[in-house]
Design a protein around this ligand. Structure first.
Ligand code: HEM
Length: 221
């Protein structure tokens, strides 16, 4: 039983609340595709106007992410892949879940440092986040790092959901596991597409224009 409950909490947090937050983050970014720079800023401001936003972030994102991320690194460090002996789909899933977890961890630390952490330090306003993203994704090397980070996170979430459904006894037989495998693959394609489309949209000069407009406004005030 040792470690059973810590593993179960780790697994649950991957879906509730982290999976929910991941989908919400995808929709906020997608507001850039649908409504351009102003649509994205409205979406960010709306989120930050929610009541008790500090506690929502603390208990809905930061603490679960800390637990799932750090304990996840420990699980990944301890694991023993069997790819050479049994070249089965499940062994690939097992290994890729851990590899994508480690990539996601490094990516999230960097991404949060560049965005949310700068807002917390007072170096960047919420309204400027679109232009911060614009500056990042117009540099080819950083764009490539973002694409890799996003694909790793999308895979980790979708494959994680497939494995969660098995470990919590929701998909028990081979047929239900095959169906959920197809659905989770579809989810991977959908979330990757939506995140990547938002990323490409941030390259639009409209997002740079918001930054210049804000800067002129500040100088004027
Ligand atoms: C911060 C870096 C992260 C690391 C290092 C990490 C690591 C891991 C590891 C090693 C596992 C496999 C656990 C096992 O099979 O026993 C796992 C599972 C999982 N992770 Fe993460 N993860 C991270 C972030 C995330 C995020 C942001 C999400 C949500 C989008 C997430 C969702 C999941 C899900 C749903 C599972 C499957 C749980 C299960 O099999 O029951 N992870 N993670």
């Amino acid at each position: 039983m040792r470690g059973f409950y810590s593993r179960k909490i780790h697994s649950l947090l991957g879906i509730i609340p982290l999976g929910g937050f991941f989908l919400e983050h995808m929709l906020t970014n997608f507001a850039a595709v649908e409504g351009g720079a102003s649509g994205f800023t409205d979406s960010v401001l709306w989120l930050n106007s929610l009541p008790l936003v500090f506690f929502l972030e603390l208990f809905g994102i930061w603490l679960p992410l800390l637990y799932h991320g750090v304990y996840g690194l420990y699980i990944a460090y301890q694991s023993k892949p069997n790819l050479n002996r049994y070249n089965l789909e499940r062994n690939w899933r097992y290994t890729l879940q851990r590899v994508s977890g480690v990539i996601t961890f490094v990516f999230i630390v960097w991404h949060v440092f560049e965005t949310r952490f700068q807002v917390a330090l007072g170096n960047v306003e919420h309204e400027e986040l679109g232009s911060v993203m614009h500056d990042i994704v117009t540099q080819p090397l950083l764009l490539a790092v973002y694409v890799i980070g996003i694909l790793a996170a999308c895979f980790h979430f979708s494959n994680g959901l497939w494995s969660f459904l098995i470990s919590w006894g929701i998909t028990v037989g081979p047929r239900s596991q095959r169906v959920s495998s197809i659905l989770c693959l579809g989810l991977f394609v959908l979330v990757s597409f939506m995140f990547l489309l938002s990323l490409v949209t941030f390259r639009d000069s409209e997002f740079q224009a918001t930054a210049s407009a804000l800067q002129s406004l500040r100088t004027f005030i």
